[in-house]
Design a protein around this ligand. Sequence first.
Ligand SMILES: Cc1cc2nc3c(=O)[nH]c(=O)nc-3n(C[C@H](O)[C@H](O)[C@H](O)COP(=O)(O)OP(=O)(O)OC[C@H]3O[C@@H](n4cnc5c(N)ncnc54)[C@H](O)[C@@H]3O)c2cc1C
Length: 418
Amino acid sequence: MSDFDEQAIRAEARAWLEANWSPDLGLVEWRNMLADTGWGMPAWPKEWYGRGLPAGLAPVVEEEFQRIGAVGVARMGIRMLAAATLLEHGSRMHKEKFLRRILTGEDAWCQLFSEPGCGSDLAGATTRAELKGNRWIVNGQKVWTTSAHHAQYGLLLARTDWDAPKHKGLSYFVIDIDQPGVEVYPLRQMNGHASFNQVFLTDAEVAPEFMVGALGEGWKIATTTLMNERRNADSLRRYAQPNFKPGRAYAEERAEIETVMEPYKWYPQRAGRVDLVVERAKATGRNADPTVRQEIAKLLILSKTAEWTARRARAAQAQGRPQGPEGSLGKLIASHVARAAAHVHTLVSGADAMLAGKDGPLDGVIAEILLSVPATSIAGGTDEIQRNIIAERVLKMPKEPRTDTDRPFREVPRNIIS
Ligand SMILES: Cc1cc2nc3c(=O)[nH]c(=O)nc-3n(C[C@H](O)[C@H](O)[C@H](O)COP(=O)(O)OP(=O)(O)OC[C@H]3O[C@@H](n4cnc5c(N)ncnc54)[C@H](O)[C@@H]3O)c2cc1C
């Protein structure tokens, strides 16, 4: 039985917002007020800018923000993975230095995990960090690094011990992106956006106090980051919508959406845009075709069950219950929904779905969906990797035979010379 009364929390949030919110405040000034009072992230601990509410009650507070039209804290993107990881494993100094500025949106973050030779096999990372004097010196290459071109800081997974087994020789760092040893080159995607980058690290420096957790604990800490990434897979459908009302806070948020948040602009399309399907079928008259109707019905059923599964996972989390199978299923279901939605959009729009830009249906949004959906089955762990996790951890099936985990990493055959 929860000690928290939903009605009382709603009333308290409403009263506070009515007394304090003004669109004429500066965005950072307002978000600092949210951090001071905990209303921006009510499920975070009281000590760290939250109110210690169960996660299941956070939507109640969010509804009050929407009712009054108040801007929230900066909550999209890799910064939230940084926050979740630092809340769990960061030192007091890390939390003091980074968490508030994550919420105010003053710092953006990126995740320097994947490399040209390791994505699914993340524990095979070969970017190296060596302690020289009072600095960690980092050399290697990362790829797929979303937002690195806007980020101040990166979550870095690097190898600190080549003689330890694969998973034991990694450490986790916060690295300052703005230094000569870090070069960021955007990559253009097939959907036209350039939201991720390749990042070259050449004698880049990290101060020892910016190691997160202990030496050799990198894999454990990276798992926290990845679990949060996978758990939030269903939130891809949302992307901050600009508010065109007058007021300084709205104007500054619009500028943020246009710049720092720009890499996430296509994320709703990546999730398949199930919300567009029915209206579009009506508008094109394809809703009269019985085969198309059946496919639409199948999609809506799949999407609804995915939503309920995600809600069950959130409810379990709110009640402090350990995550059940629904947590592991969410990411995989999100891929299925996205693919099914792309299929239905092609049935509805026909060959026109291939027209990009202003010539295409919905000003090219349908084409963008088709070109963005494949990302959902790759980012944050591919579908095959999710199936392996479900097989081994949820269904307790025998693990895949491995030859690379019980010997020094130095001796493990790799497809990249390092
Ligand atoms: C939109 C997007 C954003 C991303 N952002 C970031 C980011 O910000 N930071 C970051 O670090 N990374 C990021 N990534 C990278 C992402 O995590 C990797 O692409 C992903 O983990 C897959 O790795 P890979 O590309 O090296 O593919 P590989 O690991 O080479 O996989 C190739 C194929 O082999 C299959 N495969 C591999 N191993 C197995 C196995 N054991 N069993 C069965 N099948 C297997 C895979 O499923 C896949 O189909 C992003 C990716 C995308 C698409």
